[in-house]
Design a protein around this ligand. Structure first.
Ligand code: SF4
Length: 64
């Protein structure tokens, strides 16, 4: 699986961090998403997909 985030779309809602804290973090300054693992291991795939679905800004794409 490959995860891509578009920081220019992110509105800092933090849904991704709540759902998948091992894949996503937020910048301290402004809450913008930070991708921790571009290629998360299998056990984190479901979380990463859920984060992509929940993101209100459609800023997360998962492939695979
Ligand atoms: S859920 Fe989307 S908008 Fe919210 S912090 Fe994550 S990437 Fe940004």
């Amino acid at each position: 699986m490959k995860v891509v985030v578009d920081q220019s779309r992110c509105v800092g809602a933090g849904q991704c961090v709540l759902v998948a804290p091992e894949v996503f973090d937020q910048r301290d300054e402004d809450g913008i998403v930070v991708l921790l693992r571009e290629n998360p291991p299998a056990e984190l795939h479901a979380q990463a997909k859920e984060a992509a679905q929940l993101c209100p800004a459609l800023a997360i794409e998962v492939d695979g």
